[in-house]
Design a protein around this ligand. Sequence first.
Ligand code: WTA
Length: 689
Amino acid sequence: MSELEHTDESAKATDSAAQISDLLVEEREFAPGAAFSAAATVNSEELYQQAHSDWEGYWAEQARGLDWFEPWHTVLKWDPPHSQWYLGGKLNLSHNCLDRHLSGWRRNKAAIIWEGEPGIEGGVAEQRTLTYQQLHREVCKFANVLKKLGVGKGDRVAIYLPMIPEAAVVMLACARIGAVHSVVFGGFSPESLRDRINDSQCKLLITADGGWRRGNIVRLKAESDKALEGGACPSIEHVVVVKRSAGEPFPCHIQEGRDHWYHRLMEDASADCPAEKLDSEDLLFILYTSGTTGKPKGIVHSTGGYSVVTYNTCKYVFDLKEDDIFWCTADIGWVTGHSYVVYGPLQMGATVLMYEGAPDYPQRDRFWDIIERYRVSVFYTAPTAIRAFMKWGEEHPRAHDMSSLRLLGSVGEPINPEAWIWYHENIGASRCPIVDTWWQTETGGIMITTLPGLHVSKPGFAGWALPGVSATIVDEKARPVEGSASRAGLLCLTRPWPSMLRTIWGDDERFQETYFSKWQDDQGNPRRDLYFPGDGAKRDSAGRFMILGRVDDVLNVAGHRIGTMEVESALVDHPAVAESAVVGRSHEIKGQAIVAFVTLKGSSPALSARSTHPADIIDELKAHVATKIGAIARPEEIILTADLPKTRSGKIMRRLLRDIAEGRTLGDTTTLADPAVVENLRQMYEGQE
Ligand code: WTA
């Protein structure tokens, strides 16, 4: 038995490996077509060789594709776990996304083609197109608005917007003046928004009267008002409100002095705003993501390195060409939206398609209809969406001409081979390569994948570490898990990379603890040079990585990271709850679903009033979590129980709860304080299903 099998983490990796291997009954390989390869930006191993022989030289070379106001003097300063890239270099990401495309014909090229959700039933959808010239003008104007509102370099700005072009405009405007944006996904609750604003002390909040989602208006301004209520966010000086509604604004309250309509501010703003010459290491943005505690972490990214990686992955992985129409379906509230809706493709001078709404509104063919109408050529989405499409049926894509597609991508969670093949056949007409891209909020850009014109891909396997990225699989002692295709281990990045997170906002200790203390050296000191992403992985004989998913207490629900502790904190916040333990169980579409085991306070008045209706309290608890965190964290199932299985030292045995939730044979129960607890729980769980 290997060292690895002793821990909960390695047990998780091994479990997932076994599950995925079961699916790989028939391993298939897919080579890109000859024409695709011939035209691809990368069709040889050269980049890998370059990076291998001169790693820093490779990253220097990659950075030369961008405009720098002043050149860097040092590519990398690595003081583990802190890295600084392109030291001394000065640049501006908004300049690289906009200004540098304005000197030639590209100024008249569409930068963003946007489609709103409503209107399609009447025939024509609500649409807007911004050329590079137009986008540049909007961004400059809003950058001046920011200045007028007292926002300057280093100030934090919270963005809580639907998927509308203004979301990109305000992000780029922040980048232009060196303000640090913190985008909060529109599906998060007012309380989550408030915590994020307060954690990084944002000065300004940018929101909208509303946004459309599945035929309903999501009232973001009203939600923002709840977040700010009673002076709960003292750092906020102003609120800018974008009028999303095409006619009269969606009803919302405007507080004189504090709140300002975006369109009014823009009327008077000058369109002249030269891009600030920022230092490569100046902060670019903060993006909160879930971790293993109840408190989300503010992942901090800086300018130079992030620009280089988002740019070069668009070039090599998405193979973006001048006439491509690139559609990444992620919301800007997630890192995928930052890197592959806004910053990466715009630096490339590409045309980005942006869609506001749901994939099944008004019909389940909305995505395919969009691909047909705009002739989308590169399409990037998440496995959870693909599994939903599978369930909805092939007739929806079949009803559309999607011959414009040439490359497909997947991100956010492991893609099961069945979904991969469905995607390949039904969306890609068995002709488009698929890039399964592994990365994280913390990595800023794609780290492990295939290059579509070069590699033969295999469903279920993401591929290899990109040139300049060093990944390996190790055990608990940082010993390489080599060779054998069947052994699972812990994924580890062994060298820094330009777009790596710089720290966790306000908590550098947590940064070091979370990512750089998994492994120790011989003296027992933490190996600060090894990055632990929290994922399990294994390799095939060709060295391809298969990512097995999280091995820590983070769930991946429909491609969204949710900390079990966050959900537990939300549950125990309810007056009737004494204790809770949250685990994940596999879910056909979402990948994982949230299952919560809850013990109620015996003497709680809330409970005695409802004791005859456990269903009511379950619904109430689910709603409570949704209100506290957001609908994405609503538990799929809540099991009320008198006791939770604990070790004699009082630690909850999550592994057993996962076994129960998955309906698996129970693992080792010998360390349980009271074995009867588990047996009762299992009977209850099975009885409930
Ligand atoms: C998971 C999203 C398997 C993984 C870009 C990671 C994946 C977490 C893949 C990061 C993939 C992402 N195959 N798993 N291709 N891509 N993941 O921060 O568990 O929202 O740690 O970033 O998603 O999620 P995040």
